[in-house]
Design a protein around this ligand. Structure first.
Ligand code: PAF
Length: 279
């Protein structure tokens, strides 16, 4: 497995590739969710590249950039076992050299939900993802649906800027008890970890109620809100029922595919999760 640390090295590697290149961007501390993306890329492409870069631009002041979990040695072993041919691990100075001053931003799609709770977060994501796509020049790039808004923001950017990479959306991978996999789950105490199962339970119950015919947006949203509020360790940041494409909050009847999503804190740990409500 090749390790590349600068855009120039990455370009040289890419130009030497025959066939299709799949790409899995990550911030490391890999779990089954990342590995599912890698396996799909390996199955669908001739060669797969991954990246490991904890991107300072997408963390706000007071967020967990400094303490974000890292384990490069383990990550590289897992990527190699999964069939990755190259890992792009740029140093921060290679990514953002002195004088760097460009930002890539989407507008409306990045304003609600995570964008409202984490100002500047999506500009950091789109800027780094475009730089990663420019370095790797993949045919396909794989993103998980857990970061539902991130996925939509990146799809929008790629369409708007004519990036020649297909964005492949992959299903959320969950622990056996339903908790969506996340590198941040390691921050949870045993008690918080147990309490956090309420998130997927509330979302799945709402999806069942929707499946049984409930179409009232407020009733669906309030059901999730009440279920989570009953868990004393949970501090809700938002519960949203939004248009599945534009992420505009829905009122009245749900007549289009929708996204039911939430952000909830357990102690110092902020978790997100969602389900799609398909008509
Ligand atoms: O989802 C992530 O891990 C990050 O936001 C990404 C896409 C690797 C950009 O830093």
């Amino acid at each position: 497995m090749d390790i590349l640390t600068s855009p120039g090295e990455m370009h040289t590697w890419r130009w030497g590739c025959g066939g299709t290149v799949g790409f899995v961007p990550t911030m490391g501390y890999l779990h089954e969710g990342h590995l599912a993306l890698v396996r799909r890329s390996v199955a669908e492409n001739d060669v797969t590249a991954a990246s490991i870069f904890v991107n300072p631009l997408q963390f706000g002041p007071g967020e967990d950039f400094e303490r974000y979990p890292r384990d490069e040695e383990r990550d590289l072993a897992l990527l190699e076992q999964a069939g990755v041919a190259a890992v792009y691990m740029p140093r921060a100075e290679a990514m953002y050299p002195e004088g760097f001053q460009t930002s890539v931003e989407t507008r409306e799609i990045s304003l609600p939900l995570e964008g409202a709770s984490r100002p500047g977060h999506f500009a950091g994501v789109t800027t780094v993802v475009l730089k990663l796509l420019n370095a790797v020049m993949p045919d396909r790039a794989y993103f998980g649906k857990k970061d539902a808004q991130q996925l939509r923001v990146i799809q929008r950017m790629v369409r708007d800027l004519d990036v020649a990479t297909e964005i492949v959306a992959c299903e959320i991978v969950r622990e056996p008890d339903g908790l969506a996999m996340s590198s941040r789950n390691v921050y949870l105490s045993a008690e918080e970890r147990e309490a956090a199962t309420v998130l997927s339970q509330a979302l799945f119950e709402a999806r069942d109620v929707f499946g049984a015919g409930e179409r009232n947006a407020a009733a669906l949203r309030d059901g999730v809100q009440a279920r989570i509020a009953a868990e004393s360790l949970a501090q809700i940041q938002y519960v949203s029922l939004a248009d599945g494409e534009t992420l505009e909050e829905l009122a009245g009847r749900v007549e289009r595919p929708a996204l039911l999503s939430l952000a909830v804190r357990f102690g110092a740990t902020r978790l997100i999760d969602n389900v799609e409500l398909a008509l």
